[in-house]
Design a protein around this ligand. Structure first.
Ligand SMILES: O=C(O)CCC(=O)C(=O)O
Length: 296
């Protein structure tokens, strides 16, 4: 067992508080079974879907890019991605830049992902030009949220794919899924209120909470995560609550989240080739205030 941090809590992994994800590799090729599993779990965890060497090559290129911008500690092994004291932000999200490097695109636009989704949707898939490439440093984490609030203005069949660049243990900040949040009756009001909002249109903060354990204490469900390996991917829909564990190491956690949808469905214009991303730069209404109003 390992001691990890999840929001404000120190927890053991794996434990009853946060257990181990189940992988769906045995279902690959059986689209009906994959849909059933998605309906049941709210996610599909696929180990080794992308070639490990391709992912490790991309990791190398991204850390070279960060190093060139003095964002890594000098005289430390490049591939360890050691964060300097206080950290240093390198913007890597967007429609161009390092995420679109010829060594990175074969990971985040991998033919294995297009093939998977073409089978899953039973029609060709597209992916957004916008990429959410992240180097998450010491003490940083992502609060619990549903992706609909950030990208719900297009296809109802939009899916997120979270891809770690390297072997990422839970104490370095891995994605955690709240199983049941997408389907349980106890979460219905959360899905109908918080789960229908849009951070730009409604000008509300996107994270439901910075304390993910609060959710299971109130609504049930079960948090799960795993030690990820280069090549693994996590796929989920827009109403599965998720968060990340805290990076307790001094090494950057590199990962990218990308989106796939049926090519003929409407596209959320914030994330297409021409768009500029979120358009609300004004003050956001605190989520605590909105939650009090929604009574969730
Ligand atoms: O990588 C993270 O910390 C958050 C990723 C995320 O929220 C997502 O993939 O939707």
């Amino acid at each position: 067992m390992t001691t990890i941090r999840f929001g404000y809590r120190e927890l053991e992994f794996p434990s009853q508080d946060i257990g181990e994800l189940r992988d769906s590799n045995d279902l690959l090729g059986d689209v009906t079974a994959l849909h059933q599993r998605m309906a049941e779990d709210g996610y599909l965890f696929l180990r080794g879907l992308i070639a490990r060497d391709t992912v490790l090559e991309a990791r190398h290129v991204i850390f070279e890019h960060m190093d060139a911008q003095n964002a890594l500690t000098p005289d430390t092994p490049l591939l360890e991605g050691v964060m300097p004291k206080g950290g240093r932000r390198v913007p890597m999200m967007g429609r161009d830049g390092i995420a679109h490097h010829p060594a990175v695109l074969p990971v985040i636009e991998s033919p294995a992902l297009f093939d998977f989704f073409a089978g899953y949707f039973a029609e060709p898939a597209l992916t957004f030009q916008y990429k959410w490439l992240r180097a998450v440093g010491n003490e940083a984490y992502t609060g619990a949220h549903m992706d609909f609030v950030y990208m719900g203005q297009g296809s109802s069949r939009l899916h997120t794919v979270w891809i770690p660049f390297g072997d990422i243990p839970v104490e370095q900040g891995t994605l955690a899924m709240c199983v049941g949040s997408h389907s349980m009756e106890s979460f219905a009001r959360v899905r109908q209120t918080y789960g229908q909002m849009d951070v730009d249109r409604d000008q509300i903060e996107g994270w439901f909470t910075k304390d993910p354990m609060e959710i299971v204490e109130k609504y049930g469900g079960q948090w799960l995560t795993s030690n990820f390996e280069a090549g693994d991917v996590m796929i989920f829909g827009m109403h599965t609550m998720h968060a990340s564990t805290t990076n307790l190491t001094n090494r950057y956690r590199l990962s990218c989240d990308v989106r796939f949808q049926p090519a003929n469905d409407p596209v959320d214009q914030r994330w297409s080739a021409e768009a500029v991303g979120h358009y609300n730069s004004g003050p956001m209404r605190p989520i605590s205030e909105a939650r009090a109003e929604w009574n969730v």
